[in-house]
Write a protein that binds this ligand. Structure first.
Ligand code: FES
Ligand code: FES
Length: 137
């Protein structure tokens, strides 16, 4: 196959996205959008009492790199503790995808930010200070 700008992993996650959809009754939801282009990414988390992400789903209206970034991000955080995913950076998503073209890095940033927003929502719902999410970065 001719080599395009995308790694095989990106193509795989774009063609067969993991964990796409919605979680009804999710206890943390995060949404980010880019007003300039109208792209939207939404992440749903189901976090248990031990602080473990039991389930995660995403809905993304955006380009292939954004879909691949969301898909990879859900795989990186599923089964992990909240404390671990607080430290997730967009670079970790890019690395796991085998790289992204420079013009598409911001798509992975959207995934990092959507997870960040979901974690803030998680702490707010627990009655705790969501500022912890920024502090752990
Ligand atoms: Fe919309 Fe990149 S073009 S986020
Ligand atoms: Fe618009 Fe990737 S989400 S360029």
């Amino acid at each position: 196959m001719a080599k395009g700008p995308y790694s095989e992993k990106v193509m795989d996650h774009f063609m067969n996205p993991r964990n796409m959809g919605e979680i009804e009754g999710a206890n943390a939801v995060g949404e980010v959008g880019n007003p300039a282009c109208g792209d939207v990414m939404k992440i749903f988390l189901d976090i248990d009492d031990a602080g473990i992400v039991k389930d995660v789903k995403f809905k993304t209206f955006g380009c292939g790199a954004a879909i691949a970034s969301s898909s990879m991000a859900t795989e990186l955080i599923k089964g992990k503790k909240v404390e671990e995913i607080l430290a997730l950076t967009n670079q970790a998503i890019v690395d796991a995808l085998g790289g992204l073209p420079p013009a598409k890095i911001h798509c992975s940033v959207m995934a990092e930010e959507a997870i960040e927003e979901a974690l803030k929502d998680f702490y707010i719902r627990k009655g705790e200070d969501p500022a912890i999410v920024q502090k752990m970065k």
